[in-house]
Design a protein. Sequence first.
Length: 322
Amino acid sequence: MRHFSPTLLATVAAVTMTTLAFQAQAETRVTYKSASAGTAYYQMGVELSEAIRRGTDDEIVLTLEESQGSVQNVMEVMARQGNYVFTTPPGLVEQALAGEGPFAERQSPRFQEIRGLFPIPAITMHFVAAGDEGVISMQDLEGKHILIGRGTFGAREAERYLELFDLLDKVDIADASIGSGPDALQNGQVDAFVTASSFPTPNVIETAASMSISLVSMSDEEIEQTGSTRQTIPAGTYSGVDEDVETTSLPVIAYTTSNMDDETAYQLTKTFWERREAMEAESAWWGSIEPDMVGNITGTLHPGALRYYDEADIEVPDALRE
């Protein structure tokens, strides 16, 4: 049996501890607050976490946290320290900065520390109906039994659209959560359901694979009436829908705070854009991201993110520069 001197063992232990300490110091941990488990946006968080890990050779590790929604994500800025990244429509950040809407009763100076990083796929309105027409109009929903969900952005937006186009009293709204929409449509319990998610959204893909569906495509005038951003779902995105679908969307942005150091923000932003095509190869929704979507960010960019955009010659509105 071989024996080692106490001095050698102590040296080995010291080297091991130093190496572990260096590794711990080199690894930057970031909390990523996204959405409820099982949703498209939670899955995007999983994919983004893996992309950042690979793109930085494990130097930045995203820890994904489940969330109950964008309002909660913004609210947590008040208590979070360190590297906190969260996703939200930019309109909520605008309300937080102004102390309006859901933030009117819970204002905090820490909201002024919110900084933008990069866009992620937008929330896209899908009005999904049974039938093999492929594309239908909003007025074709008249007389239908529709599931719009409750309490979500999609449910609120769907109800707003139905009222806007004088359909609210001409349809039968199902009292059920949006998660049951695809099964209810397939079982004939409803004629249509509404879902708000980035396209292509898994629950619509699965529904179209098991039955004939049609999607509502809005006219230019209808889209203008909504006041929302136009979104084209390309022909062929869903089985049986062979024409472009014109609908609306809500931008979604990945934000952090000024607590994040410039280098970490730079590496996150740089890695996101450099890995975007690889992510698209795995999940098509990343293909909807274009550099001009940086202009959807509300507030100001993190200096580290701005450094990357300037290096990459991506146009940044003056309002986003501190």
